[in-house]
Design a protein around this ligand. Structure first.
Ligand SMILES: [Zn+2]
Length: 467
């Protein structure tokens, strides 16, 4: 970062955002109306009132944010590249374990490099256009080809890995590998792509009892030695919890604690069948948790048993994810945080249990904590990266507007996101991603749709007739 003082005594900055309302999610949770944000290089150097900013800073480039809401870019803490091309390819009546089996036996074996490379681009663009600036991907089948296929140039930031499991669970063994093969390939990925600028590799295993003790322990050791995040699914279905009780004589989180796998760099996803003892264990080890309400509700996960409010109460920074495109079908974080803000009110008969502010925290600063990046992203604060999403409010779904927070969470969708800035650079301008040819990618998707249908031989069952 370099700073220059001009003859009027003002500091020259690279970009200023002027006007509108900033929901900062800073340590004081300030919501600043008629706000100003000044950026030098990749970093925020001022967040406050516009008038004060204009007295102290000057720039040749500014964005008028009048009638806009400005937030820290969303963190989507759980996605999968590999299932983007199967979005909408199965009926919405399968339920959790059946859906997983359907996908991994009928679709995964037919996925090609092209499906993952173009699917990953489409997924990241969909997320960017809704205001997401950082993600955690949970492991693809062709990670090297995806990493080399142009995603780095898009500008969105994230962590990603390789899909891997070494133990059959509930009869599921499609594309299973040996422990040593998984660890060797994982290490290669970390060595080659662990230090990229935008999209880096981390340690990913499937989880959900599809792991041997050796894999869980060695993967965690690898994550520790490389100083990276490790992520896995856990306790999404009661069947896998019972499998652990039979296999290990204890519940999954208790077993992971005994193995020494819990820790601040472990991100556990879904986590619906967790008892209060496990909540305490997770908090003790500062282990991170991600909930995926859009996927869970569509698949019929048992949110009535979920303890995310209790986890938040215990100090666990629960983050939000969308999960696979064939589960969630969308990656609009506003729709997802709206679900999170509302779902427990009726289930617990307690309208105060969650709400808009808490959901925004989960989608921003908690996501940053899950990825170990809370010192860089997750809030609009001086010294953090300028990762910012700007929403237009002069739209019918936003108006009338009396609280920008209520409107963002309960009225808006990601379609009102107009501008996205990452590392101080405008990546989305007037709803178009500047770093890619969106039309080319859409054309490619339409070709690949036909390819997916012919390779898998699937048709999407419906009680209605397509003519
Ligand atoms: Zn997942």
């Amino acid at each position: 970062m370099s700073s220059v003082i001009n003859p009027t005594g003002k500091m020259m900055v690279d970009l200023m955002l002027c006007g509108g309302t900033a929901i900062t999610v800073d340590s004081e949770r300030r919501v600043i109306r008629d706000m100003g944000i000044a950026i030098i290089g990749e970093n925020i150097v001022f967040v406050g009132k516009k008038d004060q900013m204009l007295q102290e800073y000057q720039s040749s480039k500014s964005i008028d944010c009048t009638d806009k809401v400005i937030i820290p870019g969303f963190v989507n803490a759980h996605i999968h590249y590999s299932h983007h091309m199967s979005k909408g390819m199965m009926p919405d009546t399968l339920g959790p374990a059946v859906q997983s089996r359907y996908t991994h036996y009928n679709i995964s074996p037919h996925l090609t490099v092209d499906h993952e490379v173009w699917g990953s681009k489409a997924l990241l663009i969909e997320m960017l256009r809704g205001g997401t600036t950082t993600f955690l991907e949970s492991g693809s089948y062709h990670p090297i080809e995806v990493l080399e296929g142009g995603i780095e140039e898009i500008g969105i930031k994230g962590l990603m890995g390789r899909r891997a499991f070494d133990r059959a669970s509930l009869g599921h063994s499609s594309l299973m590998e040996t422990t040593s093969e998984i660890l060797q390939k994982q290490q290669q990925l970390l060595d080659k792509y662990g230090k990229r600028k935008n999209i880096k590799t981390c340690v990913t295993i499937v989880g959900m009892q599809r792991y041997t003790d050796e894999l869980a322990m060695e993967a965690k050791k690898m994550a520790d030695s490389y100083g990276v995040v490790m992520t896995m699914h856990e306790s999404a279905w009661n069947d896998t919890v019972n499998e652990s009780r039979v296999r290990n004589n204890c519940r999954p989180i208790e077993h992971l604690e005994r193995l020494g796998v819990l820790g601040s760099n472990l991100v556990l996803v879904h986590m619906l069948y967790i008892n209060q003892t496990e909540v305490k264990i997770l908090a003790k080890h500062n282990t991170k948790v991600v909930t995926c309400p859009s996927t869970g509700l569509k698949l019929g996960y048992a949110f009535q048993f979920a303890r995310f409010p209790e986890m938040l109460e215990a100090g666990i920074p629960v983050a939000l994810g969308s999960d696979s495109s064939d589960c969630s079908n969308y990656h609009d974080m506003i729709r997802i945080l709206n679900l999170e803000a509302t779902i427990y009110k009726g289930l617990r008969l307690d309208p105060e249990i969650m709400g808009a502010e808490r959901a925004i925290e989960m989608a921003t600063i908690n996501g940053a904590k899950a990825l170990g990046l809370e010192h860089e992203i997750g809030s609009l604060e001086v010294g953090k990266k300028a990762d910012i999403a700007i929403f237009e409010t002069n739209r019918f779904e936003w108006r009338p507007m009396y609280s920008e927070i209520q409107a963002l969470v309960h009225s808006a969708t990601g379609d009102s996101c107009e501008t996205v800035i990452i590392n101080g650079k405008v990546i989305v301008d007037n709803k178009r991603v500047l770093t890619v040819d969106e039309d080319e990618i859409l054309r490619k998707l339409r070709t690949l749709e036909k390819d997916m249908l012919s390779r898998t031989g699937l048709t999407v069952a419906s009680p209605w007739k397509f003519i």
